[in-house]
Design a protein around this ligand. Structure first.
Ligand code: FE
Length: 216
């Protein structure tokens, strides 16, 4: 199978948020599709291991913030590469409570709030069908596409994304970020990985050198 064919599918960039037992949960997704026009339904896909997935199953409701091209790499890394189980992703992020739901409004064009009407189990992921109960456009900024995220922000797919593909490596020494999958290639950089300063951070997700492993 030519995996390159799958890379030609278009996606957007979104942050899904919910609240369960007074705790906020959220994660980045790239799969959202409007399913029906009247009585609007949308479908979103989340990894089954995701804490946000589990929380939505219980709260039966979530919000989706549609990211704009102004969204920062830091915001995407915070919600894309770390688990709500380990980190308070909402700290230092502009949010607004709408219908008691935390909605990310930083780097966002618009948001939707939806109630779960169906969940379809698909191997590693669940598709949540949401009935949209509220929608609002916040800015006229251009929505961020998945291609823009990769080409302009140099972002990587999280290993939990439905579109994740293992990178194949060859040639000189390479180091992989164990959090986001970013590859530091000694051959392509002016400084060897070993010579990078101790405070160097992953350009994709912001973790330190200690989270990198050599790719053998
Ligand atoms: Fe990283």
């Amino acid at each position: 199978m030519d995996m390159k064919a799958l890379e030609t599918i278009s996606y957007g960039m979104y942050i899904v948020t919910t609240k369960k037992d007074n705790k906020n949960y959220g994660c980045v997704i790239n799969t959202l599709t409007q399913v029906t026009a009247s009585n609007v339904l949308v479908a979103i896909t989340l990894n089954k291991e995701n804490a946000t997935n589990q929380a939505i199953k219980e709260s039966k409701k979530c919000a989706v913030s549609i990211l704009s091209e102004q969204a920062s790499s830091n915001l995407i890394a915070k919600f894309g590469y770390f688990s709500s189980r380990d980190a308070d992703k909402f700290q230092e992020v502009d949010t607004q409570d709408v219908d008691e739901f935390p909605i990310v409004i930083e780097g966002v064009c618009s948001y939707l709030i939806g109630e779960v009407v169906n969940i379809v189990s698909c191997d590693t992921h669940d598709i949540f069908i949401l009935r949209v109960t509220k929608a609002e456009q916040l800015t006229e900024e251009k929505p961020m596409t998945y291609r823009y995220y990769h080409e302009v922000l140099k972002g990587k797919a999280s290993s939990k994304a439905p579109t994740y593909q293992e990178e194949t490596v060859s040639g000189g020494k390479k180091y992989r970020c164990t959090i986001c999958g970013y590859i530091y290639d000694d051959e392509k950089e002016s400084v060897k990985f070993e010579d990078l300063p101790d405070d160097w951070k992953c350009p994709c997700c912001g973790v330190g050198k200690d989270k990198f492993v050599e790719v053998i």
